[in-house]
Design a protein around this ligand. Structure first.
Ligand SMILES: *Cc1c(COP(=O)(O)O)cnc(C)c1O
Length: 404
């Protein structure tokens, strides 16, 4: 049953998950844990959430048969077009759901962490929509690297606060957001951007993102006469778009689930973000999961060309899916992702986000048969990554034809 792979009442996925938090956060997390399930499973919430997903975010996102890509890889390849959502990725599914939850809980102030800025923009967007105060914590290094997203958040009315500790990136922004939450337990709701953090966040975010596979069931039935593809492939940073694409297929063992991590310069180079490949069990941001760390347990800095995949941990659900063998975790390097992005662009006229390009990059490694049906989740669009694509153009011109 699917419940085998979902968290138990205490937020454990096998040995992973839980809520390993300091005493000062316990009250905040407990008050969320007590109410989240009943609220998001209520008819009133579901109706409002569905209405916003349809009329605001633009769902359902299409399931597109990519004919030229299919021809190239010798299988039937469908693209789940999360890139077509409002704000350009799957992140809006989660932020719409969490801000409705915040409102049901009577909260008036929203905080969030962001790395590349995509989750920050999606959060600032729903705060404008719901007329709520919005504070986004972002590492100072990321603020410099992601200026357009900082300006978008500000235009939407959010206050962007630089995180100045550590190496001033996502991990440090998350620490700042947690600190804020401890100081403002009464009126503040913390919108986390992926299936990470202490219970109940991994379960909450997975449920909100599960709309992706809920749509896949009927879209596949309509396109192929069966709800089940042979493969579902999604990139994994924290793992929310993958969790959403896998969710309703977890108990259907005939559907192979493939998560794709970013291996950066290569899994053995020390410049990588492939947590399942190189990590060991450990605790990060309140959750027991797989974690990139040194022998004495210090968190290792992750690296990927893709800012959205550049996280040293992974959602506990994925640690468990990997450990139990239910899902397989592959990885793709910076170069493989860049090639895959150019390939999709030239074959189908779709410029994917660099994150999504990692998922596309493993198509050649799956040993597909002609009758196989594959769904690749295109988690976001590539506008934000144009500079990286332009920088890589010469590389692509030389190598694309020879690529498998
Ligand atoms: C943030 C982001 C990701 C990574 O986050 P997950 O929680 O692993 O889904 C992937 N793709 C895009 C386009 C993103 O913006």
């Amino acid at each position: 049953m699917k419940d085998t792979f979902l968290s138990n009442g205490k937020g454990y996925y096998g040995d992973f998950g839980g809520a390993f938090i300091p005493e000062m956060l316990r009250e905040n997390v407990e008050s969320l844990r007590k109410v989240y399930f009943n609220i998001i499973e209520s008819d009133a919430f579901k109706k409002e959430f569905h209405d916003l997903l349809v009329n605001y975010a633009g769902r359902p996102s299409p399931l597109f048969l990519a004919k030229r890509l299919s021809e190239k890889y010798g299988a039937k390849i469908y693209l789940k077009r999360e890139d077509l959502n409002h704000t350009g990725s799957h992140k809006i599914n989660n932020t719409l759901g969490q801000i409705l939850l915040a409102r049901h809980m009577g909260k008036r102030r929203i905080i969030a962490e962001t790395g590349a800025g995509q989750h920050g923009v999606a959060t600032a967007t729903v705060c404008a929509l719901m007329n709520m105060e919005c504070v986004v914590y972002m590492g100072e290094t990321d603020i410099e690297r992601q200026e357009p997203n900082v300006r978008r958040m500000e235009m939407l009315g959010a206050k962007v606060v630089p995180a100045l500790s550590g190496n001033k990136t996502l991990k440090d922004a998350t620490n700042e957001a947690l600190r804020d939450w401890i100081c403002n337990p009464e009126d503040t709701f913390y919108i986390i951007g992926s299936v990470v953090g202490p219970h109940p966040y991994p379960d909450l975010v997975a449920r909100l993102q599960s709309v992706i596979s809920e749509e896949l069931l009927w879209q596949m039935k309509k396109a192929e006469g069966t709800e089940d593809p042979d493969y579902i492939v999604a990139c994994v940073g924290g793992g929310s778009n993958a969790a959403g694409s896998f969710y309703h297929y977890l108990d259907r063992k005939n559907v192979k689930l493939i998560g794709v991590e970013a291996s950066g310069k290569g899994v053995d180079t020390g410049l990588t973000a492939a947590t399942i490949a190189v990590g060991e069990p450990g605790i990060i941001h309140g959750s027991m999961t797989m974690l990139m760390q040194t022998d004495d347990g210090q968190i290792t800095e992750p690296y990927s060309i893709s800012a959205g995949l550049d996280y040293p941990g992974i959602g506990p659900l994925h640690a468990w899916l990997a450990g139990s063998g239910r899902a397989q975790y592959m990885n793709a390097t910076d170069q493989e992702a860049l090639h895959a992005a150019y390939e999709l662009t030239r074959l189908e006229g779709i410029i994917p986000a660099l994150e999504s390009a990692h998922a596309l990059a493993v198509l050649g490694k799956l040993e597909l048969k002609k009758e196989d049906v594959v769904v690749v989740n295109v988690s976001g669009r590539g506008d934000k990554d144009m500079q990286a694509y332009i920088n890589a153009r010469s590389l692509f011109n030389v190598n694309l034809e020879g690529r498998r």
